[in-house]
Design a protein around this ligand. Structure first.
Ligand SMILES: [Zn+2]
Length: 174
């Protein structure tokens, strides 16, 4: 099976693009090794907080560009975001609950890159990088001023020895 995302390679400079956005194609272990190295230096709590801000910013920028470029409404953009992440190999996201009026939802994730690299360990949850993806995309959907108005947690993880997928629950603060 070939990638479901369009990939355009500029033959003059070698830059890859999908939907007009410059992309980098890299080995999964490279990404996860870098991730774990930074976590080891900063400690998980500090790294998680920093990562949440950075990834939420990127999610919002992505959603804004896609909404403008493709004319999607906010909810369609939110759904497209998780579809594109799935098509780009991060794992297979599915939006199980999206309660816009109630400002909350739930997403499950199968074959997360972080869980696949981590292996099994009792109670572990390793996919916290995606929490900022969710807070950014959901704050975009709701038109909130800041992604920090959304809470998200990986409730359980496919590498915890008890589940076959990861789950993220999220809600905007009242
Ligand atoms: Zn996980």
């Amino acid at each position: 099976m070939q990638p479901a995302v369009p990939i355009d390679v500029d033959e003059t400079n070698g830059i890859w693009r999908t939907d007009g956005l410059p992309m980098v194609y890299l080995p999964r272990h490279f990404l996860v090794n870098n991730h774990l190295a930074v976590e080891a230096v900063l400690g998980r709590d500090a790294y998680r907080a920093t990562l949440r801000i950075a990834t939420a910013k990127s999610a919002i920028e992505w959603c804004e560009a896609q909404a403008q470029g493709k004319g999607f409404d906010p909810e369609a953009t939110f759904r497209h975001y998780f579809q594109r992440l799935s098509q780009r190999g991060w794992g297979q996201f599915s939006i199980d609950v999206l309660d816009v009026a109630g400002r909350r939802g739930s997403i499950s994730l199968r074959n997360s890159i972080f869980a696949l690299e981590a292996g099994q360990g009792a109670g572990q949850r390793v996919c916290y990088m995606f929490e900022g993806f969710v807070t950014g995309a959901f704050s975009f959907l709701l038109g909130l001023a800041a992604a920090s108005e959304v809470e998200c947690e990986e409730t359980y993880c496919a590498c915890d020895g008890r589940h076959d997928h990861c789950r993220f629950d999220f809600a905007a603060r009242p």
